[in-house]
Design a protein around this ligand. Structure first.
Ligand code: NAD
Length: 437
């Protein structure tokens, strides 16, 4: 099948490449000329495990193309995916200007029947708006389908090639048959393609992300309470996670959820509820808890040093909002670093993939180094903000020799309390006793 993907970011590039991998002929469009030039040269624009191999294979075999020219890109395409940004507007609702802007253009350009598929995360009712925007100028038949994307950054390729499920919102039999054929190779193990109406599909994506965000905020509240009452959140987590009704995933406390999806999607769902005059109280609590939690580690550091951080050098391990991605959008590291700088600290940071992106935010206000141990040189304390595997079993002796003091503030609970105690560290984590070695 000939497929066009409009918007070649995290979702567009992964989707386009994975569609090519099953034999489709894919053209990815982006209006960022620099990005397209890089991809045309065969260079990836994002870090995502496993992407490079299939990107190289499919570009070499001529099934994956990149362009800035929407008109030629859609010419022979049967399906056009919209993987465009839907960032929060000023009032928190999803900004649909990218999606609707491209939809209007498509109406002018289409010369035969096409299926236009919303892959962006969009509020209930967007498929109807996209339909209207295309219809303004269209002279041919078309269908608009809602097909929210559930891939997770860091495991995006795996998620896309073997999805738990594919959700397709459409009332058109013609579009349903085309999408069924496209997705069949990805669900050969029997995972379902769930067909439903457009509005339900749109809401499914927000409900899923908001539910996961709620689990995180709930566990963060439990962790904070554990610290007050003298319980250990790791024990509580294992205790409830082994209950089949709850399950073990998404129960890890930390420094709040971040990334380009959870914060904006919870906010946008809240906004949708408000628009329909529904008082969705849990969402307000989820957001409020997360707002507070992003500052938990910085607050611990500040109170440890008696509020002023002047003359203190704090090393940071982890900048990306989660491991295995270079994405720092809404990363807890941003909020923590900002607080540390405000307090007067000097910040030296390391992340395996996120440094280029964080440098765009902080410039020379922080120092970035190429090695996790180099970040520790002369540091008064280490703050851990992302649970990259490489931070999990560090050389504690080397750390002790490199740092000014044996002090760790861990926002991801990476280490055992006993080990740190035996080795004489001060170790302050989330929802557990503070070790004073
Ligand atoms: P992104 O910012 O990485 O990518 C969007 C791309 O669209 C950019 O490359 C941008 O240059 C391009 N673009 C903007 N306007 C354009 C135009 N007029 N024509 C062509 N290209 C244009 O965003 P993303 O993370 O890929 O997210 C895209 C959508 O998918 C969002 O709605 C997001 O909520 C949703 N989503 C994201 C993830 C994720 O993990 N990143 C997962 C599921 C769903």
């Amino acid at each position: 099948m000939n497929i066009t993907v409009v918007g070649t970011g995290y979702v567009g590039l992964v989707s386009g490449t994975c569609f090519a991998e099953t034999g489709n002929n894919v053209t990815c469009v982006d209006n960022n000329t620099e990005k397209v030039a890089k991809l045309q040269r065969g260079e990836l624009t994002i870090y995502e495990p496993g992407l490079e191999t299939i990107f190289e294979r499919n570009t070499k075999q001529g099934r994956l193309h990149f362009t800035t020219d929407l008109a030629t890109a859609i010419n022979s395409a049967k399906i056009i995916f919209l993987a465009l940004p839907t960032p929060p507007g000023e009032d928190g609702s999803a900004d649909l200007s990218y999606v609707l802007g491209v939809a209007e253009q498509l109406g002018k350009l289409m010369t035969e029947y096409k299926v236009i598929v919303d892959k962006s995360t969009v509020p209930v009712g967007t498929a109807e708006k996209v339909h209207a925007a295309i219809a303004k100028n269209a002279t041919v038949e078309f269908d608009v389908v809602s097909n929210p994307e559930f891939l997770r950054e860091g495991v995006a390729v795996e998620d896309f090639l073997k999805p738990d499920r594919v959700v397709v919102g459409t009332n058109s039999a013609r579009a349903k048959e085309i999408l069924q054929r496209l997705y069949e190779p990805y669900v050969r193990q029997g995972n379902p393609i769930i067909f439903m109406d457009e509005r339900s599909a749109e809401l499914t994506k927000y409900a899923g992300n908001s539910y996961l965000a709620m689990r995180i905020s709930f566990m963060n509240e439990i962790a904070n309470l554990c610290e007050i009452v003298g319980a250990d959140v790791d024990n509580v987590r294992k205790g409830i996670g082994s209950d089949k009704r709850i399950g073990p995933r998404f129960l890890f406390p930390g420094v709040g959820y971040g990334g380009s999806c959870f914060p904006k999607d919870v906010q946008a769902l809240g906004k949708t509820a408000k628009e329909y005059h529904y008082d969705f109280r849990i969402l307000e609590a989820v957001m409020g808890v997360n707002y507070k939690q992003r500052y938990v580690l910085a607050d611990k550091i500040k109170s440890f040093y008696g509020d002023s951080l002047k003359g203190k050098r704090i090393a940071i391990w982890g900048l990306a909002f989660k491991p295995n991605t270079d994405d720092v959008r809404e990363a807890p590291a941003i909020y923590t670093i900002e607080e540390l700088l405000k307090g007067g600290a000097e910040v030296v940071a390391y992340d395996p993939e996120g440094m280029e992106n964080i440098a765009r935010i902080f410039g020379d206000r922080i120092k970035l180094v190429e090695d996790q141990y180099e970040a520790l040189k002369g540091a008064d304390a280490l703050a851990i903000l992302t649970e990259w595997s490489v931070f999990r079993t560090p050389d504690l002796d080397k750390m002790a020799q490199t740092m000014n003091a044996k002090i760790i503030f861990d926002g991801r609970n990476l280490y055992s309390l006993d080990t740190l105690k035996e080795n004489g560290w001060y170790y302050n984590s989330i929802g557990r006793a503070t070790v004073v070695g």
